[in-house]
Design a protein around this ligand. Structure first.
Ligand SMILES: [Zn+2]
Ligand SMILES: [Zn+2]
Length: 351
């Protein structure tokens, strides 16, 4: 048996090919992929080349997927053929320094779709045994459209950033810098968690009007307005309890530090181009007791939380384009031209 897969060979080189269909080994689950979203990280790999020097090529990318269980490896319980599922993006080994410290996202021996494992830009994907064992393969309700389930992984990363790391509390003021799909999810999630005032900063009029629809109380067009002045004005000159930077810009991280109120938190959600640095005023950290937080990926538990929360968020509205697997390159080029918010790759037309 063979299947279609879109495999990354190098910068701007993704080929849709027929390859052998994988068979699930003990503890693994084979999932028939219905949809897989193109992540900003997939786009970066495609347009700039992989940031990993040891990425095995060809490699099937794609980690934001949903589908149905197609086959179970020996010893797997709790799933049946046909179950609708989605999966956390990575596993943890449970044994390394970080795992023993309870920090699985920093695991030194992680299995990760699209890097160490074949990803889901393919008709079928293997869920590695550790992800199954750790509860990272999650059933989704019949009521959830499969396209929406393709947005669960990005939501999982936002659950980690805003809930686990930033501990967002009801009544707080939140600034989301970024009007891409992640910024959009963070606006929805902040409101869902009870943020009193959500300010979204971006530079696309259409996306900012979506942000308003999804719950932003104030939107700021950074090309037309003075971001800092508006934020300070909207927060009685104090700055926000929580500022989340979801754009790949060191300069914005620098500016954002001054927009956090005393005792508040700044979350750096996105990576910046290699080599970029920030200059920051240490007195902000010292006198104002501002916390700087990182966030990366999500755990199986955070992914499960995302599945529970998803019913309350209009995640499907983030999807602006779908392409078939055969036309995946069109999806990448649309994103590269910034002509779509989220692009989903669909594997079967009948879904
Ligand atoms: Zn992603
Ligand atoms: Zn580990």
């Amino acid at each position: 048996m063979n299947m279609l897969a879109a495999r990354y060979y190098g910068k701007e080189d993704i080929r849709v090919e027929r390859i052998n269909m994988p068979l699930p080994q003990a503890g693994e689950v084979l999932v028939k992929v219905a949809v897989c979203g193109i992540c900003g990280s997939d786009l970066r790999t495609y347009s700039r080349g992989s940031s990993l020097s040891d990425l095995p090529v060809p490699r099937t990318l794609g980690h934001e997927f949903a589908g149905t269980v197609a086959a179970l490896g020996e010893g797997v319980t709790g799933f049946s053929i046909g179950d609708r599922v989605s999966a956390a993006p990575a596993s943890s080994c449970g044994e390394c320094y970080y795992c023993r410290k309870g920090m699985p996202t920093l695991c030194l021996d992680t299995l990760d779709f699209g890097t160490t494992q074949a990803g889901a830009f393919a008709e079928y994907v293997i869920i590695p045994a550790p992800i199954v064992r750790q509860g990272g393969l999650v059933k989704i309700s019949d009521g959830m459209p499969i396209e929406k389930a393709g947005m669960l992984e990005p939501l999982g990363t936002c659950v980690r950033g805003l809930i686990t790391q930033a501990n967002l509390q009801p009544g707080e003021s939140v600034v989301i810098i970024g009007d891409g799909p992640i910024g959009g999810i963070q606006v929805m999630l902040s409101k869902y968690l009870g943020a009193e005032k959500v300010i979204c900063v971006g530079h696309h009029d259409d996306r900012l009007s979506y942000a308003k629809k999804w719950g932003a109380d104030v939107t700021i067009h950074s090309g037309k307005e003075d971001m800092s002045a508006v934020i300070l004005n909207e927060t009685d000159g104090m700055g926000a309890d929580l500022v989340v930077v979801s754009v790949p810009s060191a300069k914005i991280i620098e500016d954002a530090c001054a927009l956090v109120r005393g005792g508040g938190r700044l979350v750096i959600f996105g990576g910046v181009p290699k080599g970029d640095t920030v200059t920051l005023d240490p007195n902000i950290i010292h006198y104002k007791e501002v916390e700087l937080l990182g966030t990366y990926n999500c755990t199986a538990q955070e992914f499960k939380t995302a599945v529970e929360i998803a019913d309350h968020l209009p995640l499907e509205e983030l999807i602006s384009k779908t392409v078939t697997l055969e036309n995946i390159r069109e999806g990448f080029s649309t994103l590269a031209k910034r002509e779509a918010m989220k692009v989903l790759v669909t594997m079967q037309e009948s879904y």
